[in-house]
Design a protein. Structure first.
Length: 135
């Protein structure tokens, strides 16, 4: 029998971890990351929810896809690779970015179209990588 991959947590345990995490956030951060989650799910409905590194996220093609997190003054979306950040440079002006991260301030609406575009670009990046390695 072939070796199996690492067992993934159940969807119920992921949902429980996400709910516990959300309960720790200030109300504005909670609203923002709920919105990020909805945008991600709608943009890439085949993505599977996950919870790792202490924050909620999604997997796509059995690979880490995106994570999102809330803080006192911003919500973050990870990983946004350098090619994705370069491709969206004009739209990202005014947002704090760092290696792999985009921060959205909580005192402004979440830019739904931008988040959708970033997530779609990340999905395309993972699909291209999967085709390259034959997964």
């Amino acid at each position: 029998m072939p070796a199996s991959r690492t067992t993934r947590p159940s969807s119920a345990s992921i949902a429980a971890a996400r709910k516990t995490y959300m309960a720790t956030l200030p109300p504005a951060a909670r609203r923002a990351i709920k919105q990020l989650r909805v945008v991600i799910r709608r943009a890439v409905p085949e993505a599977v929810e996950s919870f790792s590194y202490g924050i909620p996220g999604f997997r796509l093609l059995d690979r880490a896809f995106v994570w999102y997190a809330g803080f006192d003054k911003h919500a973050s979306l990870y990983p946004m690779t350098a090619p994705i950040q370069r491709a969206h440079a004009a739209a990202l002006k005014g947002y704090v970015t760092s290696k792999g991260t985009v921060r959205f301030p909580l005192d402004a609406p979440i830019p739904i179209r931008l988040v959708r575009s970033l997530v779609m670009s990340r999905a395309a990046e993972l699909r291209k990588e999967a085709r390259r390695v034959g997964a």
